[in-house]
Write a protein that binds this ligand. Structure first.
Ligand SMILES: [Ca+2]
Length: 501
């Protein structure tokens, strides 16, 4: 079965689809062509380490200004590479962002819009019937892992997958030679062993998950450091998603640290510190093996910080919202000899850009017949050449319950960012909000009424894009809707893992 899966994945990676099983006889020739194409790049192809943190907010790291969390290793990485100050996730929560990273496509193309059901929260409060959600990434899509593997990379996924758990949709079915701990689950049952994770053999009792994933990553890097084949290590840490479980000896010092603009949770800070420790160990290993110079390292997060445990201030909102706090991410790319250390970039980039970027870095061909919605940022990173792109978009036709006064983090909505402006459209009442995020990063002044021409320009671009990607818009009224519904009162901050998805 493994053999069959691999061959099937290989066909996908060549853009041949799965219906051409009988054409196997022509495979060796195609395989040779791919290998020659990749080798003709001339230089030794770089290894790729892609570190994706779960739920880490834009200001949850020292290099982005936190005075509460301690992240010396990540800060050092930032000083050695380019920091992207306007980097975005494709969605305000976990699974859709990952589906976009792996497919290179905006959410309407693969239908992974949210986590679980799009009908979250009280039915009485939902005016519309939201678009149905897909919880697995269609195995017909050629993933980034499949494309890099077909180009000769050894591939590993270590940590949270969240895009399916069966044979075709798990990491092994989607282009990864090695899978450690990746299942359909969106958060760990426990950060301490025993993990109760079918893809992660338990370690000694009390072993800490973030440390374990670091150990596994280091082992993979070491095992593949001989230069025979370049490697692609996708390291989507389970940290720093709830449940808030940290190593006890790390928690204490944060209890006495002064809070910083709403950041004050010692458990969360200790989880961030363990993540930072692990990144430091991985970078040290790359140095010891003398392969750091030929390894591109990405640091990114999948959505904004969760308002129940951290603060994204000065950004508005948090995980689950299309305001900046929900989608703007800390991001670093370190690529020795190609990207200038200490460089900063203020051009907008978004998760779907990684697929074409990493293909270019690897000298790998794009999958035939598959639309890639992002653009390569290689020249932006290496030469400072601006991207040729007018706008970027979001589509979230779903409800997400929340702890605030409205009872929602978001109702069904879409957004577009163009230059310094961003427009959000809420589908329940067609409400438009326009912000100048250069002058007003906190999205405090809705300019829609004041700037009708700009509002119209962005809205037209959003509508045209939705048409192009065939984005469904919820319009059907929900018969269970009660206009007098009020969210039940509860604390301003929800802390359960169940609510934080
Ligand atoms: Ca997340």
């Amino acid at each position: 079965m493994v053999k069959r899966m691999r061959r099937r994945s290989f066909l996908k990676a060549l853009g041949l689809g799965v219906g051409l099983g009988a054409a196997g006889a022509s495979l060796p020739r195609v395989a040779r062509a791919v290998a020659v194409g990749a080798a003709s790049a001339g230089k030794r192809r770089p290894n790729i380490v892609f570190i994706l943190i779960d739920d880490m907010g834009w200001r949850d790291v020292g290099f982005m200004g936190s005075k509460f969390y301690l992240t010396p290793n990540i800060d050092r990485l930032a000083s050695q590479g380019m920091v992207f100050r306007r980097a975005y996730a494709n969605a305000p929560n976990c699974a859709p962002t990952r589906a976009c990273l792996m497919s290179g496509q905006y959410t309407p193309r693969h239908g992974v819009y949210t986590v679980g059901s799009s009908e979250r929260g009280s039915a009485k409060g939902r005016k519309l019937i939201p678009t149905a959600n897909t919880t697995t990434l269609n195995p017909k899509i050629v993933t980034l892992g499949e494309s890099l593997r077909a180009a000769g990379y050894v591939t590993a996924s270590m940590g949270k997958w969240h895009l399916g758990g069966d044979e075709q949709t798990c990491p092994e079915g989607q282009g990864f030679d090695v899978n450690i701990g990746g299942t359909e689950a969106g958060h760990p049952k426990s950060y301490f062993s025993p993990y109760r994770n079918p893809k992660l053999p338990d370690g000694p009792k009390g072993e800490y998950l973030t440390d374990r994933l670091t150990d596994e990553a280091i082992k993979f890097i070491t095992d593949n450091s001989d230069g025979q084949k370049p490697f692609f290590l996708y390291l989507p840490h389970y940290a720093v998603h709830t449940p808030l479980q940290a190593r006890s000896e790390k928690i204490e010092k944060y209890k006495s640290r002064p809070a910083d603009r709403g950041q004050n949770n010692a458990n969360y800070a200790a989880m961030i510190e363990s993540t930072d420790d692990g990144i430091g160990r991985i970078l040290a290993r790359l140095d010891e093996l003398k392969i750091a110079d030929n390894t591109l390292v990405v640091f990114f997060s999948d959505n904004g910080g969760y308002s129940g445990v951290t603060s994204n201030a000065p950004l508005r909102g948090g995980k689950g919202m299309l305001y900046e706090g929900g989608i703007r991410e800390p991001m670093i790319v370190r690529w020795p000899g190609r990207v200038k250390p200490g460089a900063k970039c203020d051009q907008a980039v978004i998760g779907i850009d990684f697929y074409p970027t990493l293909l270019e870095v690897a000298g790998a061909p794009a999958p035939a017949g598959q639309v890639l919605d992002g653009v390569s940022i290689v020249k932006l990173m290496t030469e400072g050449k601006p991207l040729d792109r007018e706008a970027i978009f979001w589509h979230f036709p779903c409800y997400l319950q929340g702890a605030g006064p409205t009872g929602w983090r978001t109702t069904p909505a879409g957004a577009v960012q163009m230059g310094d402006f961003k427009l959000i459209e809420f589908f329940e009442d067609s409400r438009l909000e326009l912000y100048n995020i250069a002058d007003d990063i906190g999205e405090t002044k809705n300019l829609a009424a004041k700037m009708p021409d700009k509002t119209r320009q962005l809205h037209e671009a959003l509508v045209a894009w939705r048409k192009q990607v065939k984005a469904p818009i919820p319009t059907e009224l929900n018969p269970k809707y009660d206009p007098n519904w009020k969210p039940r009162k509860r604390g301003a901050k929800a802390k359960t893992a169940k609510e934080n998805k």
